[in-house]
Ligand binder design. Structure first.
Ligand SMILES: *Cc1c(COP(=O)(O)O)cnc(C)c1O
Length: 426
C-alpha cells in the first residue's frame, strides 16, 4: 500500500469522502487520490516521493508556478507582523487600487475569502441594485456552492430551478433559471418568459468547469445587450479566467464590459481569497456604505493580500508574461491536437490561452450537452496512464488543464511524449 492509500484510508474515517473538496477524491476515475507533500515551479510531489508536472496548479491560482520566490518572500515578511488583525490595512487599499487600475470595468471592489463567497455576494448586490430576484445561469457553468447556484439544468423555460444538491430548499433554487451555453435563443426565451424579473445573468466568459468551452463569436456581446435592454446586470464570473487570459481577464480579451465581476484563485496567489467588484453605483450599495449586507472576519487578510498582491504585481510588471505563457500553452495544445489526429483518437481539444481540455468525444464541444457525450471511461484510462507517468492532470473529464509560467519546452515535450506513448499503445 502506498502512503497516499494509507492516508486516504485514515482520512475517510474523519473527513467526508476523505477530502475537503470533492474532485480531490478521484471518484470519477476510481483511484485513491495522491496526497501531496510539496510543489515547486512546474512540479508537484506526493507523499510517496513521486514527482509530476503540475497541470492543475491548485486549480488555477499558481499561474507563476508554485512557491514563486518573490511571492513566498512577501508572505513570510507579512507573517512577521501578524497573521490577522480583523482591521483595515494598507495592503488592502493597494490591492483594491491595483485591481481597479488593471480591470477598467471595476471601480470599487470588496475582498472575500473564496470564489463561492464572491459569487454569492455579487448576486446579492445585483438583486439589491435592481430590486429583482431572478438570476440566469448556464448549464455546466460552476459558480461555487452557494444555495442559489446549485440548480439542475433546466428542462425547458417553464421550469423554475430545481436544487441539484440535497439540503438546498426549493425556495433557494426557484429564482435561478438555467440557459444553454452558446445558445442565445435559450436566454431570449427566459427573458421573454420572465420579463422584468431578471436581476442578472451570470456566466463564465470561458467555461472551465465542464472541461473548457469557448464562447462563440458575439455570444457574450449579445448577453451584454439583452441585459441592457432589460435593466438586468451582467456578472462575469472570472474566478478562473481573471488574470489568466490576460492582465484584464476574459473581459479584456473579448472586449466586454460587465456590471459586476467575481474573482478568486489567481488573485489570492495560492491563499484563500475571492473578490467582487464593478460599477461604483452598484458597489456603493454594499455595507457599510449601503444596505446590502456582506461581511467577513478574515476578509482582506494581510498574509493572503501579500500573496495575491505580489502575484498580481509580477503579472503587471512583466507584460511579456502572457505572450510567453500562451506560446508555451499553444505548443502543448497544438501538440495534443496533432497526436489526436495522428492516432485517430476519438477526441476533441478545446483551448484558449493557458486553459485547455481534451474531451473524449468526436463531437464539437460547445455546451454542457455536447461535453456530456464524452466517454468518461476512456478518460479514466487516459488519466491513470498520465498520472502513473508523471503528468498531474485533473482526475475528471470535466476540468481544465492549467499551464503555468514555470513550464517551458522541457515540460511540454515531456508531457507530449507521454501522451503520444499512451495513444500509440491503444
Ligand atoms: C472555482 C470557482 C468558483 C468557486 O471558487 P471557490 O474558491 O472554490 O469557492 C466559482 N466560480 C468559478 C468560475 C470557479 O472556477
Amino acid at each position: 500500500m502506498t502512503k497516499s492509500e494509507q492516508l486516504f484510508e485514515e482520512a475517510r474515517k474523519v473527513i467526508p469522502g476523505g477530502v475537503n473538496s470533492p474532485v480531490r477524491a478521484y471518484g470519477s476515475v476510481g483511484m485513491a487520490p495522491r496526497f501531496i507533500s510539496k510543489a515547486e515551479g512546474a512540479y508537484i510531489t506526493d507523499v510517496d516521493g513521486n514527482e509530476y508536472i503540475d497541470f492543475i496548479g491548485s486549480w488555477g491560482p499558481m499561474i507563476l508556478g508554485s512557491a514563486h520566490k518573490e511571492v513566498y518572500k512577501n508572505v513570510l515578511d507579512a507573517c512577521q507582523y501578524g497573521l490577522s488583525f480583523g482591521a483595515a490595512t494598507e495592503i488592502e487599499v493597494k490591492m483594491a487600487k491595483l485591481i481597479c487600475e488593471l480591470v477598467p470595468s471595476i471601480e470599487m471592489i470588496r475582498m472575500v475569502n473564496s470564489g463561492t463567497e464572491a459569487v454569492m455576494s455579487a448576486i446579492r448586490v445585483a438583486r439589491g441594485f435592481t430590486g429583482k430576484n431572478k438570476i440566469i445561469k448556464f448549464e455546466g457553468c460552476y459558480h461555487g456552492h452557494s444555495d442559489a447556484m446549485l440548480v439542475k439544468a433546466g428542462s425547458g423555460v417553464m421550469t423554475a430551478g430545481i436544487p441539484d444538491s440535497a439540503g438546498v430548499p426549493s425556495g433557494c433554487a426557484e429564482d435561478t433559471l438555467s440557459a444553454v451555453y452558446n445558445d442565445f435563443n435559450s436566454v431570449e426565451e427566459l427573458f421573454h418568459q420572465w420579463g422584468n424579473e431578471i436581476a442578472a445573468v451570470i456566466i463564465e466568459p470561458v467555461a472551465a468547469n465542464m472541461g473548457v468551452v469557448l464562447p462563440e463569436k458575439d455570444f457574450l456581446n449579445k448577453l451584454r445587450k439583452i441585459c441592457d435592454d432589460n435593466q438586468s446586470l451582467l456578472i462575469l464570473d472570472e474566478v478562473i479566467t481573471g488574470f489568466r487570459l490576460g492582465i484584464d481577464g476574459a473581459q479584456g480579451y473579448f472586449g466586454i464590459k460587465p456590471d459586476i465581476t467575481t474573482f478568486g484563485k489567481i488573485i489570492g496567489g495560492g491563499m484563500p481569497v475571492g473578490a467582487y467588484g464593478g460599477r461604483r453605483e452598484i458597489m456603493e450599495l454594499v455595507s457599510p456604505s449601503g444596505g446590502v449586507y456582506q461581511a467577513g472576519t478574515l476578509s482582506g487578510n494581510p498574509v493572503a493580500m501579500a500573496a495575491g498582491y505580489t502575484q498580481l504585481m509580477i503579472l503587471k510588471n512583466n507584460p511579456d508574461f502572457y505572450t510567453s505563457l500562451n506560446q508555451t500553452s499553444k505548443q502543448l495544445f497544438e501538440g495534443m491536437k496533432q497526436i489526436i489526429e495522428e492516432y485517430h483518437v476519438p477526441a476533441t481539444l478545446n483551448y484558449l490561452g493557458s486553459l485547455g481540455c481534451i474531451f473524449f468525444t468526436q463531437n464539437q464541444v460547445k455546451d454542457y450537452t455536447s461535453a456530456k457525450t464524452s466517454d468518461t471511461k476512456a478518460f479514466g484510462k487516459y488519466f491513470k496512464y498520465m498520472i502513473n507517468h508523471g503528468i498531474y492532470i485533473a482526475p475528471s473529464q470535466f476540468e481544465a488543464m492549467f499551464v503555468s509560467g514555470a513550464m517551458g519546452e522541457k515540460e511540454i515535450n515531456q508531457t507530449l511524449v507521454v501522451m503520444k506513448k499512451y495513444f500509440e499503445g491503444l
